[in-house]
Structure formats: C-alpha cells, structure tokens
Design a protein around this ligand. Structure first.
Ligand SMILES: Cc1cc2nc3c(=O)[nH]c(=O)nc-3n(C[C@H](O)[C@H](O)[C@H](O)COP(=O)(O)OP(=O)(O)OC[C@H]3O[C@@H](n4cnc5c(N)ncnc54)[C@H](O)[C@@H]3O)c2cc1C
Length: 240
C-alpha cells in the first residue's frame, strides 16, 4: 500500500492472457495488466494454472469439514484440546474438540467429499464441479482405496448421531443434545491421478507467474512464512 499498490477485493479472475511479457487479467471488476501473477486461489488454484496455460499436475478435490458447537452448559466436559490417535488408512485428522480462544468449544471437522468446490453444505451441488470430479480417475482410485472412510464421513454429514458416535470415542459423556451445528469449511485438497492425497505444499513457477497449487493445513498457521516465500519468488523473477 505504501508503495502505491491498490487492493481490489471481490474480483473473480475469469481469463488470463500473456503477451509481450505482460499479463492481461480479465476479472468481474475489470481488466488489469501486470508483469506478475500470484495464484493463491485455494479451491480453484488448479483451474487458474490451466487458465495461465500451465498444467497443475493434480486436481483440487473439495472435502467439506463440518463443525458443531458444544452447548455452553456442557463445556465443562472439555478442558483441553482433545485429538484422536492417528488412524492408519484415514488421510485426515478425524473429528476432535477445540477450545476457542474467545470461548466456546468446537467439535469437528469431519471430511466429506463435497458435491461442489464451494459446497459448504450437503445441499450445494455444482454440476460443472461434479462432472469434472467424476471424470477424474484419481477420485475413483481414492474412493476404491478408502470406501469405508468415504461412506462414514458422508454418513456423519447426513446423520448427526454418527457424528456424535465419533466424538464419544473421545468424550463418552457427549450426547446428541449437547451439540449445535456451527458451519463448515471446504478443504482444497490436491489429489494426484492415482488417487493419492498430496499432503505437502505444491508450488510451481512459470514466466511471470507463481502458483500455490496446494496449501493444506497448517497453511493458515504458516501463512506469514508462506507469504514471505511468495514475495521472494516474485522478486527473483522481477529482477531477472
Ligand atoms: C475445516 C478446515 C479446517 C482447517 N484447519 C486448519 C488448521 O487448524 N490450521 C491451519 O493452518 N489450516 C487449517 N485449514 C487449512 C487452511 O484453511 C488452508 O490451508 C488455507 O486457508 C489456505 O490458504 P490459501 O490462501 O492458499 O487459500 P484460501 O484460504 O482457500 O483462499 C483462496 C482465495 O482465493 C479466492 N479465489 C478463488 N478463485 C478465485 C478467482 N478465480 N479469482 C479471484 N479469487 C479467487 C477465494 O475466494 C479465496 O479468497 C483448515 C481448512 C479447513 C477447510
């Protein structure tokens, strides 16, 4: 900002064209030109790589994480962060209890294959996203490899009692009546063509572009360091 930058929010990138070393970026808020682009588009990062003429080498598959809140009168049951032991063959952490710094206790998240990249609830279906996911062989390999996990997590989304059963492995006293639904997030999870989840950061660079293709947890915790690394990569390209 001090160097004279403008920040434009709510501008969806729709088209990227590169001519004579300059990007022309068509967005819902107008057209911009730039020597560099940085792609940190989360659930759409692979599509932005393709839009920029590259090959992401993986596919973003959306996994919704649903949360419940423990009712205030039952908060005494959870005095610490409570995590399950890692489960061999289960690629996510599993539902757990988290004390919030501002008060309140979160229970979750599960890991439900979403029917839309921005599928923040079970009812949200995007036919374009769904057909692109269903024609991706990696997804079928994944489902074949983890059928019980896929069914269990989907079941927990349909039926809160199953969600509670998973939580009761950590705190047996928790019951169905103690939980209030409290929103969700969608993990932008990169998957390779063999159905393996990519659990590390995936970056790529091309002339005039830095792409953060996969930034799974703990990318939020590590965001300042990641931001520093992005800035370094951009600077290195600009001084070449
Ligand atoms: C349920 C859940 C729990 C998590 N728990 C943790 C945790 O405990 N600790 C942790 O560190 N991380 C956690 N994460 C992961 C963390 O949220 C991500 O690692 C982090 O948000 C990645 O940041 P990002 O900036 O790469 O992408 P995002 O935060 O997804 O941001 C991407 C942005 O790009 C924008 N965008 C997309 N397409 C376009 C386009 N075409 N044009 C313009 N803008 C576009 C989107 O609107 C969005 O604002 C969790 C995630 C979920 C879903």
């Amino acid at each position: 900002m001090e160097a004279g930058a403008d920040i434009v929010t709510g501008a969806e990138g729709r088209l990227l064209e590169r001519r004579s070393g300059l990007w022309r970026i068509t967005t819902t808020s107008g057209v911009f030109e730039s020597r560099m682009i940085v792609n940190c588009a989360g659930l759409h990062s692979d599509r932005i790589v393709t839009m920029a003429g590259g090959n992401p080498g993986c596919r973003i598959v959306p996994f919704r994480g649903e949360y419940h809140r423990l009712s205030p009168e039952r908060e005494h049951l959870v005095r610490h962060l409570i995590y399950p032991l890692p489960e061999p063959g289960f690629p996510f952490l599993g539902v757990h209890f988290t004390r919030r710094t501002g008060g309140g206790i979160d229970a979750g998240p599960n890991a439900v294959l979403a029917f839309a990249r921005e599928g923040y609830d079970l009812a949200t279906i995007n036919l374009l996203d769904l057909s692109s996911a269903l024609t991706f062989p990696g997804l079928w390999y994944f489902v074949a490899k983890y059928p019980h996990m896929v069914a269990r997590e989907l079941g927990q989304s349909f039926d809160r009692r199953r969600f509670v059963t998973a939580l009761q492995r950590l705190v047996p006293e928790v019951s169905h009546q103690d939980l209030v639904p409290s929103g969700s997030g969608v993990r932008a999870q990169a998957m390779d063509a063999r159905g393996e989840l990519i659990n590390d950061f995936v970056w790529s660079q091309s002339p005039g572009a830095v792409h953060v293709i996969n930034a799974p947890s703990p990318a939020a915790t590590a965001s300042l360091v990641i931001g520093g690394e992005i800035a370094t990569q951009v600077q290195n390209q600009l001084v070449r």
